[in-house]
Design a protein around this ligand. Structure first.
Ligand SMILES: [Zn+2]
Length: 248
């Protein structure tokens, strides 16, 4: 199981290497939530992350992240101690931002500094998954875990290098299919639109048939209508009789 974990990590790193130019030393940008979890689970980040990624690693954070962690220092003293061991990357925020906002600005449009993001913050993880080329590292069952590259990452990579898609087909067929459709272009969505326009033509004849059916029935029922009237009259007579009886 452990070997499989490392193999997966290598596979994902290779994907980021091939498609997004990630290389050693990997720049791991770490936030307070990750350190808090590491402290709680007694995980030595400095040992575990390079071991897991099987390469040279720079562990980094920002002033904003440290400031944010200082605000909750009583609860997160251990996390703060861990954070302060890491290198500081300049984020240029004169007024400190929330850690997650600072991270988003560090990544910018396309994560051109090749940060691997270490966070336990679910909301931030979701935001990062929507971006292409942002590897996500988190602690799962006391172990660092590299998240499978996001749909956005596969999709963008597919547009750049379609040949690489073959490697991943066995692994995530559904994702690949979706990404292939996206990569194959804007033309596809246009075709269904034309089909949709054609479809309304079919229901129209059906609605015409419905109109015809009542016509045919009327023809047949012309004789029946009289019966209907007779029946109604009978009923009316009966009713009148009953009413008459009741009145008397
Ligand atoms: Zn900042």
């Amino acid at each position: 199981m452990k070997i499989a974990r490392y193999k997966k990590a290598q596979k994902y790193l290779k994907f980021y290497y091939n498609n997004y130019g990630f290389h050693q030393p990997y720049q791991v940008l770490i936030d307070g939530t990750f350190c808090f979890a590491a402290f709680k689970e007694h995980i030595n980040i400095k040992d575990q992350i390079p071991k897991y990624l099987n390469g040279k690693v720079k562990l980094l954070t920002t002033r904003c992240i440290i400031k944010e962690t200082e605000k909750v220092a009583k609860k997160a003293q251990g996390a703060l101690t861990i954070l302060k061991q890491f290198g500081l990357h300049e984020c240029d925020h004169k007024e400190p931002l929330a850690g997650s906002d600072c991270i988003m600005s560090m990544i910018g449009k396309c994560n051109d500094k090749h940060y691997i993001l270490a966070t336990q913050d679910r909301d931030l993880q979701d935001k990062l998954q929507r971006k292409a080329g942002v590897p996500l590292l988190y602690l799962h069952n006391k172990s660092p875990t590299l998240q499978k590259p996001s749909k956005a990452s596969y999709s963008k990579a597919g547009q750049v290098l379609t040949a690489d898609a073959h490697i991943f087909i066995s692994e995530t067929q559904n994702e690949i299919l979706k990404n292939m459709k996206k990569a194959l272009g804007v033309e596809e969505p246009k075709l269904p639109e034309k089909k949709i326009i054609k479809k309304p033509h079919n229901p129209n004849p059906l609605s015409c048939k419905k109109k015809k059916k009542p016509d045919a029935n009327k023809m047949k029922k012309d004789s029946g209508v009289k019966e209907g009237k007779v029946r109604k009259r009978k009923k009316n007579k009966q009713n009148k009789i009953r009413i008459g009886v009741q009145n008397k």
